[in-house]
Ligand binder design. Structure first.
Ligand SMILES: Nc1ncnc2c1ncn2[C@@H]1O[C@H](COP(=O)(O)OP(=O)(O)OP(=O)(O)O)[C@@H](O)[C@H]1O
Length: 284
């Protein structure tokens, strides 16, 4: 679906490339998330993939077409939600969506169903000027999927949303995945990445440091320890034991048979821990 080879891009007048030497392929129906700190090149990469930035080096094939040579038919297959939503403020939500749909040949998805799935079912006839930031973000996601595209690019789709609405967006994306869409997401939010992405790519200083499934990353980078909290007299103690060979660990067995365990859990690293470990950088 997407094949990127040795992609580099420098903004006019830029001293360094915003994106450097990226090679990546994305399969049909896959959700891939790009994670990285602010200014790492995530949005630039997306803009190249959707054909907005054309003056790149290397090759970017989307559905067999070189992105920089893409024409109108290409846009028909692509849905995009930029980080900052852009709507006609005096139009209602439904009027905006119907207007944007009129640019496409595709018949599109039912507007009311889209709005409802993103928690905006009651707001279709409300003017966008009366929408909160979070409502505009969700309307922006409706807009990206509106014409039923094959590939959808979402730039920070959950930025600024409260946990209830983050869940609505996550559930919506997972429902769309079931229909076979290929979805590319940029995010700072590791929980969202872990919930929706088949694979995640870590981007730092324009470079793609690694791409893998969240499960494989956690598996590879976790030390696999068991944390035991227990009481010894009036004192609360915490001990960590390597998972491997734990059954033969006499100290662990002693605590276990002592009967004073308060909590017992395996410790796994989060994607955020792994990002910091691999890249030496914080996400925010
Ligand atoms: N239009 C532009 N002109 C010149 N430089 C730009 C432009 N847009 C971005 N850059 C630079 O390119 C680099 C990558 O920016 P980009 O917007 O791709 O990062 P990002 O990872 O998407 O950041 P954020 O998470 O804050 O959106 C940064 O150094 C940024 O300053």
């Amino acid at each position: 679906m997407i094949n990127v080879e040795r992609l580099s891009f420098t903004y006019p007048g830029g001293k360094q490339p915003a994106v450097r030497n990226i090679t990546l392929s994305v399969n049909d129906g896959e959700i891939v998330g790009f994670l990285g700190p602010s200014g790492s090149g995530k949005s630039t990469l997306q803009k190249i993939l959707i054909g907005v930035l054309k003056n790149y080096e290397g090759s970017v094939q989307i559905m067999g077409q070189e992105s920089k040579k893409s024409g109108a038919a290409f846009n028909e297959s692509l849905g995009v939600a930029f980080e900052i939503p852009n709507f006609y403020q005096r139009f209602t939500a439904e009027e905006n969506l119907k207007f944007f749909l009129s640019f496409y040949k595709n018949k599109g998805m039912p507007v009311v169903s889209l709005l409802t799935q993103l928690g905006l079912g009651d707001c279709g006839s409300k003017r966008v000027s009366e929408f909160s930031k979070g409502m505009k973000m969700r309307l922006n996601i409706c807009r990206a999927f509106l014409h039923n595209p094959d590939i959808v690019f979402l730039d920070e789709p959950t930025a600024g949303l409260d946990p209830v609405n983050v869940k609505k967006v996550v559930d919506f994306i997972l429902r769309q995945k079931k229909t076979g869409k290929t979805i590319i997401i940029t995010t700072h939010n590791m929980h969202v990445a872990q919930a929706v992405c088949d694979r995640v790519g870590f981007i730092v200083d324009g470079e793609l440091k690694l791409v893998n499934t969240p499960e494989a990353l956690v598996e590879k980078h976790s030390d696999k320890a068991v944390k035991v909290e227990y009481t010894s007299g009036t004192i609360r103690c915490v001990k960590r034991f390597p998972l491997q060979g734990i059954g033969e660990n006499s100290h662990f067995r002693e605590i276990l048979t002592g009967g004073n365990i308060v909590r017992l859990e395996t410790e796994e690293k989060t994607l955020e821990d792994i990002f910091i470990e691999v890249t030496g950088r914080e996400l925010e």
